[in-house]
Write a new protein. Structure first.
Length: 364
């Protein structure tokens, strides 16, 4: 067997990055500021610049960002929120935690919320839609903004997987009313723990989100609304500041490796490759192929030491707490045929060639 290729092994990050992170940690340990402080301010200003968005609020993680966003928009009990059937569970969980009801919408053939189905799902109780940029590929936001502005419903972008994706030069997260990102360690920009950020163009939403993430305070000991503690951990902000300096080069590497996969795996009968992964509206977070032999291919690659993953094997409305008894044929079909291949900036070009070679052998 060749050298194993894990789906993702974060201990493989290069030595210079490890050293820069250690240095940041030592510096912060000496300073003694572990909540708020200059690293949080610096991170927010870096993110503002990179995303070209006026307001950013670094926070505890992407799930909390979604929940804070829903509450900041005044959505809660009695309201409905449209959510794609295929996503990470946080998207629906956040709706329920804010007191509203998720209404699931089937996906298109890429796993994104099917915009053609929105008219038939909309009711007078629909107050918002959460567009999930799944795998890093953006929903057609121009179309969605046009639809939702006619209906006067809010857009929350779940851009947890889409940091680094831009549509018509506008970043993911910057199209809707509030955008939410995750810096979970496996993301394109990942912390060394949990972290996330909310972004918005609207000052009022910014103020409310800032208050909700910090116990409803407008200033120390003045609590204007019910909030919670969803502040970012300053150490994580410090690590993210280090990693931001590498981000563009990592994106270039992801795109290069994705283009190698596309080239090596083209024209295989029964294998569908991801759409638009080299385009700016995709950040190449995950390289997701589709095949009716998914489980067999996954097991075959495992015997060759190649790790893969499934994002996600169960659609949300088929999970016990979210059962709604309805059918979502596209999302359901995808959940059975999608397979994520290893793709991260620390992989070598030979890794892509070996993985592609084994996949071709499987289909021969
Ligand atoms: C689509 C999606 N939404 C929300 C989240 C939640 O982010 P976090 O893990 O930072 O809470 C994730 C992260 O895994 C995600 O992939």
């Amino acid at each position: 067997m060749n050298k194993p290729i894990p789906f993702l092994d974060l201990s493989q990050i290069p030595l210079n990055l490890k050293n820069a992170l250690k240095e940041k940690f030592s510096h912060m340990l000496e300073k003694g500021v572990f909540s708020g402080g200059e690293e949080v301010v610096l991170l927010e200003s870096k993110l503002k610049e990179y995303l070209n968005v006026p307001f950013v609020i670094a926070c505890s993680n992407g799930s909390d960002a979604l929940e804070v966003a829903i509450r900041a928009l005044g959505i809660g009990s009695g309201d409905e929120v449209l959510v794609p059937a295929l996503t990470w569970v946080s998207t629906a969980e956040a709706v329920i935690m804010s007191g509203a009801k998720p209404i699931f919408v089937d996906t298109d053939h890429n796993g994104l919320i099917d915009l053609e189905k929105l008219d038939s799902m909309y009711t007078q109780r629909t107050k918002a839609i959460i567009s999930v940029h799944l795998y890093g590929k953006m929903v057609d936001m121009e179309k969605l903004v046009s639809w939702s502005s006619q209906k006067n419903i809010r857009i929350i972008e779940d851009a947890a997987q889409a940091f680094g994706a831009f549509q018509n030069g506008i970043s993911a997260g910057n199209w809707g009313d509030i955008g939410c990102f995750s810096f979970y360690p496996t993301k394109n920009l990942g912390a060394l723990g949990e972290a996330g950020v909310l972004v918005t163009k609207n000052e009022n939403f910014h103020d409310r989100s800032t208050q909700i993430t910090n116990h409803g305070q407008i200033k120390r000991d003045e609590h204007l609304r019910i909030g919670r503690n969803a502040k970012i951990d300053s150490i994580q902000a410090g690590f993210l500041n280090v990693k931001m300096d590498y981000f563009e080069s990592w994106q270039q590497k992801r795109k290069l490796l994705a283009s190698m996969y596309l080239d090596s795996l083209k024209n295989i009968d029964g294998l569908k490759l991801p759409d638009d992964i080299l385009e700016p509206n995709h950040n190449a977070h995950l390289f997701v192929i589709q095949t009716s032999n998914r489980n067999e291919l996954k097991s075959f690659l495992e015997t060759k030491g190649i790790g893969t993953a499934v994002h996600y094997p169960t659609i949300i409305p088929k999970m016990l707490p979210y059962l709604d008894g309805k059918e979502y044929p596209n999302a359901e079909k995808l959940s059975k045929c999608i397979l994520s291949l290893p793709l991260n900036p620390w992989m070598k070009e030979e890794d892509i060639l070996s993985i592609s070679y084994e996949i071709k052998r499987f289909y021969l």
